[in-house]
Design a protein around this ligand. Structure first.
Ligand code: NAD
Length: 307
């Protein structure tokens, strides 16, 4: 397949590198000129549990330079950059191009559907982790998986080809009609731990430095689960609560991406996480006081960083 990756940071470069190694034709599209130049000059330096290597059989371009429609375009910008990125990358979008988002947060299918027939939009969730270590260099360690489906819920050759391509790359992908529950469960987890850490500067483990830190995180999970249930999404709140407790106990030194963004003075994905939950709660008349307060606090942090 010809696969374009729009937003070739940590996740996009990891996926692009693995798909190129599996023999697919990969075009990375990004606005980070230093990253593009490093890849075009010396290849993508990829480190996974399989070792460190250089992937050279891919091209790296600015989005506006994309001149050929891809079979599949995977969006891996941060959620607040999706719209601008797709608008610039119109050259990669043809009448047959399938679009996939595995970004965190809510509203991703809707954002993609502004640029393609909704029947060609796929949505999913991934537990693969990735980090970027400067221009041209990314890593990922440990195991992950992908669950995805067509945004309209239909099975299609496009969906099967996409699942097969991601599996060629060793990314453990399954088509799963319950993906909305998985997306909301990840949102519940992130709404709790990402926003609490972003506001306090705490690592995940440091949230338990006060007696009611865990209870606060679990209140947020309960709020998000209630909103999901009101929208007919069967989120397993007990399962998310277990994952939060596990993270608090075992991933103590972890700095969630939202905290990393705050520390680096970058905008956060708060609108697609807490922001989207608050909006979804409002439409059902549900109160989500903790999620809403954290939204307001992270907005203040974001606004301070952008001054
Ligand atoms: P990242 O910041 O490393 O990469 C985003 C890339 O998008 C950057 O290279 C940036 O230059 C590029 N970009 C910004 N504006 C653009 C534009 N207009 N056109 C093209 N490219 C543009 O982020 P990431 O960690 O790879 O995360 C991407 C998405 O995946 C996010 O939604 C995140 O929540 C999600 N996610 C991340 C992880 C992880 O471990 N990193 C895991 C699961 C999901």
């Amino acid at each position: 397949m010809h696969i374009a990756i729009l937003g070739a940071g940590a996740m996009g470069s990891l996926f692009g590198g693995l798909l190129a190694e599996a023999g697919h034709r990969v075009t990375l599209l990004d606005v980070d000129n230093a990253h593009l130049s490093a890849i075009n000059a010396g290849g993508l330096q990829l480190t996974t549990d399989a070792g460190e290597r250089t992937v050279t059989n891919l091209e790296a371009l600015r989005p506006e330079a994309a001149a050929q429609a891809a079979d599949l375009l995977i969006v891996f910008t941060k959620t607040m950059h999706t719209q601008a990125a797709l608008a610039a990358a119109r050259g990669a979008l043809g009448p047959q191009t399938a679009l996939l988002s595995l970004q965190n947060g809510l509203g991703n299918a809707e954002r993609l559907a502004r640029f393609a027939d909704p029947a060609r939009v796929m949505i999913g969730v991934t537990t693969w982790p990735a980090d970027k270590h400067g221009p041209g260099r990314v890593s990922s360690h440990g195991a992950g998986a992908i669950r995805l489906m067509s945004a309209d819920g239909a099975a299609s050759p496009m969906l099967s080809r996409t699942v097969a391509a991601l599996n060629d790359a060793g990314l453990a992908c399954t088509a799963d009609a319950d993906v909305w529950a998985a997306i909301w469960e990840k949102v519940a987890f992130n709404a709790a731990l990402n926003s609490l850490c972003a506001v306090t500067g705490c690592t995940v483990g440091e949230l338990t430095n006060v007696a009611d830190g865990e209870a606060l995180a679990l209140e947020i999970v309960a709020e998000v689960a209630a909103v999901a249930h009101a929208h007919g999404v069967a989120v397993n709140a007990a399962h998310v609560a277990d994952n939060v407790r596990h993270a608090l106990a075992h991933h103590r030194a972890h700095r969630p991406s939202m905290l990393q963004d705050v520390m680096a003075g970058r905008a956060t994905e708060i609108e697609a996480i807490n922001g989207a939950v608050v909006e979804a709660a409002r439409s059902r008349g549900i109160a989500v006081p903790h999620t809403q307060t954290l939204l307001q606090l992270v907005r203040l942090v974001d606004a301070k960083d952008s001054q």
